[in-house]
Design a protein around this ligand. Structure first.
Ligand SMILES: *[C@@H]1O[C@H](CO)[C@@H](O)[C@H](O)[C@H]1NC(C)=O
Length: 336
């Protein structure tokens, strides 16, 4: 009898100790979670008064070269993968541990490249978070049937992103180019930067010296100076070369990162179907320097047909009427 009651009390003793320790563990983990979320969320952080430091000039998380992998999965899978970083609706990501120095909008001129887009969304955020960058990815899709106009989508992306937040840095990015070195930092200096300087499809080089395609970073102040980009390049080619001319007019030049950093994987290379060469591109390039004052942000016309704020990015659909656009540029030109 005595032995049984001893066993019973021993048993209850263990139960009591176990339950006390699990309550303590639960409480501790809850506390940790609370601290974590107060860092992730500035408004709550202001309430609790925990100061948040500015991010260091150089992130401690950079790993250098890394590899591109195709992502086997869906957008939903990616939403789940990134949930722990707590992006705001529309895909605004911030480093959780410090206050970033710039607000970056990544603008992707887009049409009909679903598979590349999934790869892009899988590849980019981990690198940008290691770089401690605050960023939002904007996919700017031009509706059919008008011929695709990449530089026009860049203008639209700039204007539409600014309606969402006061971004200070804009990176215009092809959807099928994937950076493979962390030290190629996604931020703006005071000069425009051509970032894609060692591109896989050109044997980790560029096709010609004055090539400014693929990926370019512009601080907001520079976009204002150049009146954005030309609206008139319908079809493939020319618009990249136009950028260099615009910068020359306002006395600026592209800078480039060292080729060991500015490396990009281009695993799939297919020439765009349904995007014929722009037949008038040489004529346009010839007077690119004159057009800067009337062909750009101050004459662009378009309609937003849909804005989709997804969990990890913002998808904006744009309707373009080529005739209206060309008329608008012409009108601006005749303005005194
Ligand atoms: C925008 O929509 C309006 C109204 O539907 C239409 O009249 C106009 O032509 C459209 N503009 C463009 C550039 O598509």
């Amino acid at each position: 009898m005595l032995q049984i009651s001893y066993r019973v009390s021993h048993f209850f003793g263990v139960v009591v100790i176990l339950s006390i320790s699990s309550v303590v563990i639960y409480w501790k983990s809850h506390q940790i979670r609370f601290t974590y979320s107060s860092i992730a969320n500035p408004t709550r952080q202001q309430k609790t008064g925990i100061p948040i430091k500015a991010c260091p000039k150089k992130s401690p998380y950079l790993v250098g070269p890394f590899v591109f992998h195709h992502f086997i999965g869906t957008l939903e899978d990616l939403n789940n993968k990134y949930e722990k970083y707590r992006p705001e609706l529309g895909g605004k990501f911030k480093p959780l541990e410090c206050q970033p120095r710039q607000k970056l909008a990544i603008i992707i001129p887009y049409r009909d490249r679903r598979r590349h887009l999934i790869d892009f969304l899988s590849h980019m955020p981990p690198m940008l978070l290691r770089q401690q960058v605050e960023f939002t990815i904007f996919v700017i899709e031009q509706d059919s049937p008008e011929i695709f106009n990449r530089a026009l989508m860049m203008n639209v992306g700039y204007l539409e992103a600014l309606k969402q937040d006061d971004y200070s840095c804009f990176i215009f990015h092809d959807v099928d180019m994937y950076p493979i070195n962390d030290y190629n930092i996604y931020q703006c200096s005071t000069s425009p930067t051509h970032m894609a300087v060692a591109v896989e499809k050109w044997k980790f080089g560029i096709p010609y010296r004055a090539y400014y395609g693929g990926v370019v970073a512009y601080p907001k102040t520079v976009i204002e100076k150049t009146n954005g980009f030309s609206n008139l390049y319908f079809g493939w080619g020319g618009e990249d070369d136009d950028l260099g001319s615009r910068l020359a007019v306002v006395g600026l030049k592209f800078v480039r990162p060292p080729a060991v950093y500015g490396r990009y994987a281009t695993p799939v290379h297919s020439k765009d179907k349904g995007n014929p060469e722009a037949p008038n591109r040489f004529r346009l390039l010839n007077d690119a320097k004159r057009r800067i004052w009337y062909d750009g942000l101050n004459s662009v016309v378009y309609n937003v047909s849909k804005i989709e704020k997804k969990k990890i990015y913002t998808h904006i659909h744009i309707a373009v009427d080529r005739q209206k656009l060309e008329e608008s540029v012409e009108l601006k030109k005749r303005e005194p």
